[in-house]
Design a protein around this ligand. Sequence first.
Ligand code: ADP
Ligand code: MG
Length: 347
Amino acid sequence: MKDSTPIASLGEFGLIDHLTKDITPVNSSTVKGVGDDCAVLEYNDRQVLVTTDMLMEGVHFDLTYVPLKHLGYKSAMVNISDIYAMNGTPRQMTVSIALSKRFSVEDMEEFYSGLQLACQRHGVDLVGGDTTSSLTGLAISITCIGECEKGKAVFRSGAGQNDLICVSGNLGAAYMGLQLLEREKAVFNSQPHNDGQPFSPDFSGKEYLLERQLKPEARGDIIKQLREAGIQPTAMMDISDGLSSELMHLCKQSGTGCSVYQERIPIDYQTAVMAEELGMDVYTCALNGGEDYELLFTVPLTDHDKVIGLKDVKLIGHMTRPELGRHLVTGSGQEIELKAQGWQSNL
Ligand code: ADP
Ligand code: MG
């Protein structure tokens, strides 16, 4: 049995000290981290990017199948992803938590180990937060701060009418991972004699899908490649609500239409297998499934040769004049109007 130290034994300040004692800032922009009334940041002549997310137990995550370490990792990662989506570099993070009595010191250690792992991987300093109690479970609010050279931030609104549309990685896998977890949870709950048994179904052969759902990776590597290749995207965002919905945002804000070719949408083999198992159309999953945290961006036509040389980036279509509409072109050349089905994000 794992130890379960009540948080009351440390108290609020003791818990904060305990969770943050090993945190040492690495960025020169972090002048003061945890421990005073404010963190102090100094960015000189750079532009500062700020993003924030709030996550509620039962609404955005389900602790039946999300380990706290993964929850910490993912909560940090989705914020880091937002900074990259602006072409920025993430630097600092604040983490506020509201806890019910159900959580122990060890639980919060797990959560913080996930948070810190994500921060370390992306060079982010955890510089503060707030800790309070809750009557209904766990609530998490994270703010991430990043920097960007003046004039280099990439907005959703900058795409031109003939720009190429690119996407990193592959799509739909996180959604399939969620379906898998939900399915196994339903099976587990329907078993009559599962009292006291931990939730531990067999996911062999589907590890990648689970990893994509539970442990997404913000694509800082793509931002680095773009910089090294001398490509400044015209518009960019991360894919959290599904490709279809994000394309609509880019088109709407940029005042363009688009044509995206179904067969070019990157899909992993395990995603295709799982979709077939569930009797779902894999392209629907890739277009409307959420939480991929891949980057969707546009580049001018003149960057075509540069962009096709990037690793793990695929060209999936192009922007058009707005009056041509927003279309998915199927393998047989049929044009289907894109719809944003809207996706209830799990995190
Ligand atoms: P205040 O009374 O100003 O809200 P707190 O006692 O809540 O101060 O916080 C003391 C210090 O600990 C501050 O630097 C704050 O940013 C930091 N802190 C509080 N909660 C957390 C947390 N959950 N994670 C990281 N740092 C925290
Ligand atoms: Mg406080």
